[in-house]
Design a binder for this molecule. Structure first.
Ligand code: SAH
Ligand code: F3S
Length: 472
């Protein structure tokens, strides 16, 4: 059977999609190639969030195509994911060696399409159409493909985003919000736990909107009527008036025996209600960690971005979270150089970063995306200033992160051991509940999948080093 190699760009959602496609192909008899050079089929799972990510994938495909033409004319090349969705046929027009372009609602057709191409029945396939119910089709897992993945797993709970932040291409590449039903998600989580998974990360582009609109259990929606609340049949007995569907989902997943930890990504500050904050105090498996993209510290810019909250509301949210869980690890995403961002706006972002003291922040230089409102806004910020602001913010954020990590030294903390460290396979890595990576020397023991107490002995750059032996 043919072998396949999938290279993934971008976010956790993409990693999850690649895993599901790989699992689907393996189930059909394909093997996973250890490298591009050894593969009969090479798929690039792409990201469109920034221009740089698109350029990287296109550059990579150009190299693969040049090599294929010279050395391996039979190799099948494909784009899938976000850039495939937004560019479609245009990708084949530009790179005629590409055989397959598979959009974000079509991952479950990957095996059939590749079969047809490999058998010579079809030459090129471009499928980027909208497909009803596709949110519930990403469910296969590849638990033995990667040692670290069998302890932790991603589960996709929804697709798409309706927020339409003015800078963001995701609503175009991932489509309208569509959520899977709670029983369906719980069944997938249960299955994973029965196979040894201890920690599940629930994934979606905007998980705080989970179940608010669309979805597989919505197909009977009556025209012209506001759909009823997305109630899982298993939880009907509970008072649900104050609980959002997302918190109802957390409750349901929390009940799975054998599951140790629950995480989720990515929430939106706007939908982060008191019921979700309260869930941290109520559900012990929900770990003390939150990735809360703020994007800017300036109300003026937040409004231009169409984020739906103010600086004050965001700061209030952080306060509430820390009141509920003082040790909570909080990370964020920030964009610098959004159109119209003045020095004063940027200073407000700097001051917000100092005030919140994020454990880490992912900083992005604003990148113009086609067909997004911000791309045509006046006051596009010169590249040089975007770079300077990126650098200044990075220094601030890294300084704070450094202090936060240093403060762990000498502390005892619980980690879930995921597997060998990627940099040094003789060492093991795990994560604290607040999502910090801890590297330690296993001293010959098999700790994988265990919850282990370690003493932190040293802090590196966004990594902690620990020693389980000191505690024994
Ligand atoms: N809700 C999703 C957002 C996906 S995009 C999630 O958090 O997973 C991830 C991050 O990329 C965003 O939070 C934003 O900070 C950044 N980003 C999105 N569009 C961008 C653009 N046009 N330029 C620069 N950064 C962008
Ligand atoms: Fe993008 Fe905003 Fe949705 S950042 S994914 S449009 S919440």
């Amino acid at each position: 059977m043919p072998s396949v190699f999938i290279k993934t760009y971008g976010c956790q959602m993409n990693e999850r999609d690649s895993e599901a496609v790989a699992a689907q192909l393996v189930a059909k008899g394909y093997t996973l190639a250890p490298s591009e050079a050894a593969a009969d089929v090479i798929l690039l799972n792409t990201c469109s969030v920034r221009d740089f990510a698109e350029k990287k994938a296109i550059g990579k495909m150009q190299n693969l195509a040049a090599d294929a033409r010279k050395n391996r004319p039979d190799v099948v090349l494909g784009f899938m994911g976000c850039m495939a969705q937004s560019r479609g046929q245009e990708l084949i027009d530009r790179l005629p060696d590409v055989d397959l372009v598979l959009g974000t609602q079509k991952f479950h057709h990957a095996a059939d399409y590749l079969d047809e191409i490999l058998a010579g029945h079809r030459d090129k396939i471009v499928d980027v159409a909208v497909e009803q119910g596709s949110e519930a089709t990403i469910r296969e897992h590849l638990l033995n493909g990667n040692a670290q993945k069998s302890v932790t797993a991603y589960v996709s709970i929804m697709q798409g985003c309706n927020q339409r932040c003015t800078f963001c291409i995701v609503p175009d590449t991932r489509g309208e919000e569509r959520s899977r039903g709670i029983p369906d998600i719980v069944a997938e989580c249960r299955q994973l736990v029965s196979q040894g998974v201890k920690e599940i990360t629930l994934l979606g582009q905007i998980v705080t909107s989970y179940g608010k609109r669309g979805g597989s259990s919505r197909e009977t929606k009556v025209e012209g009527r506001e759909p009823e609340i997305f109630l899982p049949s298993t939880l009907d007995a509970r008072p649900s008036t104050t609980k959002t569907p997302f918190v109802q989902l957390l409750d349901a997943v929390h009940e799975i025996e054998g599951l140790e930890r629950i995480r989720f990504a990515a929430p939106h500050p706007k939908g982060y209600g008191d019921d979700l904050i309260e869930a941290y105090t109520r559900l012990p498996k929900l770990v003390e960690s939150a990735h809360l993209p703020v994007q800017s510290g300036s109300d003026r810019v937040l409004k231009l971005m169409h984020r739906g909250y103010t600086r004050e509301r965001f700061l209030g949210l952080i306060k509430k979270l820390r009141r509920a869980k003082p040790d909570i690890g909080i990370t964020t995403d920030i964009i610098v150089g959004f159109p119209g961002e003045t020095e004063d706006d940027f200073e407000q972002t700097l001051s917000l970063a100092r005030e919140v003291e994020f454990d880490n922040a992912y900083i992005f230089k604003y990148s113009q995306r086609r067909d997004t409102p911000a791309a045509d806004m006046p006051g596009q910020v010169p590249q040089k200033i975007r770079e300077q602001r990126n650098h200044r913010l990075l220094e601030t954020v890294n300084g704070i992160g450094r202090r936060k990590y240093d403060a762990f030294v000498g502390r005892r903390t619980q980690i879930l051991v995921e597997g060998p460290s990627r940099k040094n396979p003789a060492r093991m890595t795990g994560r604290t509940r607040c999502n910090k990576i801890v590297v330690f020397d296993p001293a010959g023991r098999e700790h994988r999948g265990q919850l282990l107490d370690v003493k932190i002995t040293r802090a590196g750059s966004f990594t902690l080093y620990g020693d389980p032996a000191i505690l024994e």
